[in-house]
Design a protein around this ligand. Structure first.
Ligand code: ATP
Length: 440
């Protein structure tokens, strides 16, 4: 994939209303983005595709929606307060980030970059906590601090007993959540790949300890397959196990699902074995039991956790990059998003051949019948060729053209985005035909 494709996708996103720089009229808010009419639809489609696979199609996973703000105790127990409070420096030459107190042991020195050897290239050290801290209530100060969650996961751990008892699930079972997380990233960038405010889709899957390795393997494969099923070519994905020195403090094994971004391979999703670390920590800190009593074997145990953790925005970036294509139709260049129909912002566009009053009522009626089920666009401006191009560029899988003959024969033309083939279909069977072609 050419590196220029990032620019092409970023430009398309801006031009067509997927993603805008945040607060652009004030000169932009660095590394922050707003999702426009099409981008917000696509984000929703990514979330819904995940919930469908991870919750709807399984009887062993339930969904929650926990608070974003949490008291310090949660992050004391999880280790986030201690682990994200280090002095960090950046090398301005090679862009690597280091803990200042690790420079010597990494083979550098107070003034020498251990990665590229540059001298005097460090930014000033910052005592850096990755979490955003704020205050609850009118008085700022100690006792009022709250944190914006840096991951959704803690919501599942602190609610483990509530959810397990109310849903009456037995391990192996999972708690899933989709929602915003916040990290005061030192080096955000690469478009929507890394931002300070982002959305995660996380599953905490609780298993008997002896089954941990089996489920870890299961989830690594299942999660990789999810991206392939939604249209990312297998050769643009890889599963990379972490080296021992990369592992998080809680993990006994992690693999990243990596995607081939225009700038190289990078993380798309992480699948971690978190052992019983989180439930044990929260149990110790809260004094509440967070375990499971297995009646069949008459034993009480703290479940082990397998965590597939994905990003909604990062997944959207990968889907867009993989789907972007250019080809030639009748000697004319077109750019096209070959998005899976589930992810495409609009599933169908209704295009009356003319704006004349004679056609509009029929076209509007057809629009309403399709919009009852799907997100549908309606476009009656400019030539039909231009309208097809516009829909191809935003990934709309099907166009329905209503022409003057439709008034006579009660039929319309369906045009396919990828093949550009057109077929005539009776209006009365249109909704069924569209459903069959979209595949859902
Ligand atoms: P990275 O090393 O790329 O910053 P991470 O290992 O810190 O990611 P995890 O803590 O494993 O990320 O979070 C799980 C997923 O959440 C990531 O795979 C990614 O899809 C998403 N994610 C994490 N941080 C960000 C961010 N700053 N912006 C956008 N998405 C993010």
């Amino acid at each position: 994939m050419a590196a220029t494709e990032l620019d092409q996708v970023v430009n398309l996103c801006k031009r067509r209303g997927f993603v805008y720089p945040s607060a652009e009229i004030y000169g932009g808010f660095r590394s922050s983005y707003d999702y426009g009419p099409l981008g917000s639809l696509m984000l929703r489609n990514v979330r819904e595709a995940w919930i469908r696979t991870m919750v709807q199609q399984r009887d062993d996973v339930v969904l929650i929606d926990a608070a974003i703000l949490a008291p310090p105790q949660v992050f004391e127990a999880s280790g986030h307060l201690a682990n994200f409070s280090d002095p960090l420096v950046d090398c301005t030459k090679c862009k690597q980030r280091f803990r200042e107190d690790h420079l010597v042991e990494l083979g550098g020195g107070p003034d020498l970059c251990p990665n590229c050897g540059a001298k005097g290239s460090f930014t000033a050290a910052r005592a850096f906590n990755l979490m955003f801290k704020t205050y609850a209530g009118p008085v700022e100060g100690s006792g009022a601090e709250v944190y914006m969650r840096p991951e959704t996961a803690q919501g599942m751990f602190v609610n483990f007993t509530n959810v397990q008892q109310t849903s009456r699930k037995k391990p192996p079972f999972g708690i899933a959540q989709v929602g915003k997380s916040f990290r005061n990233e030192i080096t955000p960038g690469n478009f929507i790949f890394r931002t300070r405010e982002f959305e995660q889709m996380e599953l905490e899957f609780f298993v008997p300890p002896a089954e941990s390795a089996k489920w870890y393997e299961y989830w690594c494969n299942a999660r990789l397959q999810w991206y392939i099923d939604l249209g990312i070519p297998a050769e643009m994905l890889t599963l990379r196990p972490h080296d021992a020195d990369e592992l998080s403090h809680y993990s006994s094994g992690t693999s990243d699902i990596e995607f081939l971004y225009p700038w190289g391979w990078g993380e798309l999703e992480g699948v971690a074995q978190r052992t019983d670390y989180d439930l044990t920590q929260h149990s110790n800190h809260s004094g509440q039991k967070l375990d499971y009593f297995d009646q069949a074997n008459n034993e009480r145990y703290i479940p082990y956790v397998i965590e597939p953790a994905a990003g909604v925005n990062r997944a959207m970036a990968a889907f867009l990059l993989a789907a972007y294509d250019e080809d030639e139709i009748d000697g004319e260049q077109r750019s096209i998003l070959r998005l899976h129909p589930r992810l495409a912002p609009y599933k169908v566009a209704v295009l009356p051949l003319s704006k004349k009053d004679t056609l509009t009522p029929l076209a509007r009626k057809i629009y309403a019948s399709l919009a009852d089920r799907y997100m549908v666009d309606y476009d009656d401006t400019q030539s039909i060729g231009k309208r097809y191009r516009r829909q191809d560029e935003v990934g709309t899988p099907l166009c329905v053209t209503v022409d003057f003959e439709s008034l006579e024969d009660g039929a319309v033309t369906i045009r396919d985005r990828d093949t550009t083939q057109q077929v005539r279909v009776p209006i009365e069977s249109l909704v069924g035909e569209v459903g069959a072609r979209l595949g859902f």
